[in-house]
Structure formats: C-alpha cells, structure tokens
Write a protein that binds this ligand. Structure first.
Ligand code: URA
Length: 257
C-alpha cells in the first residue's frame, strides 16, 4: 500500500478511519497468521499489507477486532504499537509462539506471560532497565478465566525475550556449530534456574512500551518446543500449536471487552 496520503501511518499503512471502531488489536508476529486468525471473524476485510505489517479487521461476537502482524522481534513490534497507539488503539493482545525451558511444559501448551525478562534492546528505548516489562493484570486475569473455562492447558509466569532466536536463546545448533559466546551460552541455564518459563522475542518490548505509555498489553504464547528435549520444533507441532494459540486468543476476546 502507498504512503502518499500523509494521514496514513508510515509503516503499518493504516489511517484512523480504518480503526476508529477497534477496541483491541490482536498482534501476531507472523504476517501469515493474520488471515488464519481473521478467518474466525465475521465480515473479515483486508486493510493493508506493507513490509511485515499485514492487517485485517472483522467482528468477533459483536466486537470489532484488528489483526495486524508485528514482524519478528522488538524493533518492528515497537513500530507497530507506536503507530497503532497514534491511531487511538489502547489494548494489545500478542498471539505468539515460544520455546519452553522448564521440564513440565509440553509442546502445544499455552503460556500466558505475567512479565518478560528484558533481554531485548528495544524496550530500553521506552524506559530504563529498572522498569518492569509487565503484562496488564486485568487482561492476564481475563485470559486465564477464559482458558480455565475452555480447559486449555496453560502456564502463568515469566518469559524471556531476546533479540535473536539462535545466540540470544543459547542455541548450540546454529551457523557456528556449538559456539555461543560466554554471556549468551549461560543464558539458557540461568533463565531456567530463575524459573523463567520460556524464550520468545517480542513480549519485553511490547509490555514495557505499553506500560510506559499507559496502554494495556498481554500475550498468549503457543509452546512450539521444549528446549530441554529439542533445539527446533517439528512442522506438525508448529501447525497444531499455531491453531491452539489462535483458539486460546479468541476464547479470551469476549472477556477483554
Ligand atoms: N520463538 C522463539 O523465539 N523461540 C523458540 O524457541 C520458539 C519460538
């Protein structure tokens, strides 16, 4: 979409008219997940498709919902939140995926992060490191109620958000086989010992930015892999978990009104 109209957001390609009736934005990272979520909405319409930011809108149980991808990582997620906030959106639900690091969490489970360890860089552009990357309590509470009602297996706790998928999450099986520099090498064991539930790449930025701006954000994360058993998820688990996390998010939507 062209950005010739000065009222069109620079990156996400939306105008305030597009979203004036939107109460909550569902924000997956993956643009491919946008139509997968929107197919469960009534009257889904595509809005914009610019860089990593693909957006659609529709109704879910009478509530107008925007679905827009943030791309991977804090920097692009921060742009997306910034421009949506400028258009008047105040509530954000991240629908993402994650790699569990605690033994009791299985692929396919859902994690609802109460907070995120700020291993990213972008969150420090919004508030000093002493500021917590905390999810909105009311949203977390509503999500938990919905998941309990639907009997969806889930875990509440802290996730860790890193800027990189390989080194930042202590993955040994990357280009430099087996070599991860010292600070990153110890991250996995350190986070595990601190009872952090999982690694992902956006929550720390999204939670810090929203808390610092007086906006509300929470997340539901589908567990793709348990890192104590495997470094990478299988295709079958990715497909299944993606659908489970979408259903988890949709079940929470009516309670976020
Ligand atoms: N997303 C991540 O950032 N890490 C994982 O292990 C899985 C999904």
């Amino acid at each position: 979409m062209s950005n010739a109209n000065p009222k069109t957001s620079f990156h996400i390609g939306l105008r305030s008219n597009d979203v004036s009736d939107v109460k909550v934005a569902i924000i997956p990272g993956d643009p491919g997940r946008v139509p997968k979520i929107a197919r469960y909405l009534d009257n889904p319409i595509p809005l914009a498709n610019h860089r990593e930011f693909c957006s659609m809108k529709g109704q879910y149980q009478g509530q107008t919902v925007l679905v827009i991808s943030t791309g991977i990582g804090g920097p692009s997620a921060a742009i997306c939140i910034e421009e949506l906030a400028m258009l008047g959106i105040t509530r954000f639900l991240r629908v993402g995926t994650t790699g569990a690091i605690q033994d009791h969490i299985a692929p396919g489970d859902i994690i609802v992060p109460t907070a995120a360890v700020r291993l990213d860089g972008a969150s420090s552009h919004f508030a000093p490191l002493a500021f917590p990357a905390v999810a909105d309590f009311t949203m977390v509470h509503s999500i938990r109620e919905a998941l309990l009602e639907k009997n969806i297996t889930h875990h509440l706790g802290i996730c860790a958000s890193s800027d990189t998928f390989y080194q930042g999450q202590s993955r040994q099986d990357s280009f430099q086989k087996g070599f991860v520099h010292q600070e990153m090498r110890n991250r996995f064991e350190e986070m595990k010992a601190l009872h952090v539930l999982s690694f992902e790449m956006e929550c720390a930025t999204v939670f810090t930015q929203c808390a610092a701006y007086g906006l509300s954000a929470a997340a539901v994360l589908g567990v793709l892999v348990n890192r104590n058993r495997d470094e990478f998820p299988s295709e079958a688990i990715i497909k299944e978990t993606e659908e489970r996390v979408i259903q988890a998010a949709l079940s929470a939507l009516p309670k976020l009104k």
